[in-house]
Design a protein around this ligand. Structure first.
Ligand code: ZN
Length: 109
């Protein structure tokens, strides 16, 4: 499960940012197209945070919807999966949003 590695990185980033203070809340942005499962990250978070400055911190996940642009007709296409099809029939899409994975906010005590 690669979410475990990702969650470990998120916890490492948050505790580094905290510089010895206690982390109370972490806001994580996960794009629909990133392939990362928010539920899996949630599941791993408490485990990864245990014994660190982020122990007991609240994990908030903001899911960014996927959006692409058709390379054939330049229309914007909402994407729920990494692959989509434009109304014009083309499937050559450029991703505009939805593949992000980043720590948006770290709240300290
Ligand atoms: Zn199109």
């Amino acid at each position: 499960m690669h979410e475990l590695g990702i969650t470990q990185e998120v916890v490492a980033l948050a505790t580094e940012h905290a510089r010895g203070r206690k982390v109370t809340r972490v806001v994580l942005e996960i794009g629909t197209l990133s392939g990362v499962l928010p539920d899996a990250v949630r599941f791993c978070f408490d485990l990864c945070a245990e014994g660190t400055a982020a122990a007991g911190a609240v994990l908030e996940i903001v899911e960014t919807p996927g959006r692409g642009r058709c390379r054939a007709c330049a229309a914007e296409v909402p994407l729920e999966r990494p692959f989509g099809r434009c109304a014009c029939g083309a499937s050559d899409l450029e991703w505009l949003a939805g593949d992000e994975l980043r720590v948006k906010e770290v709240e300290l005590a």
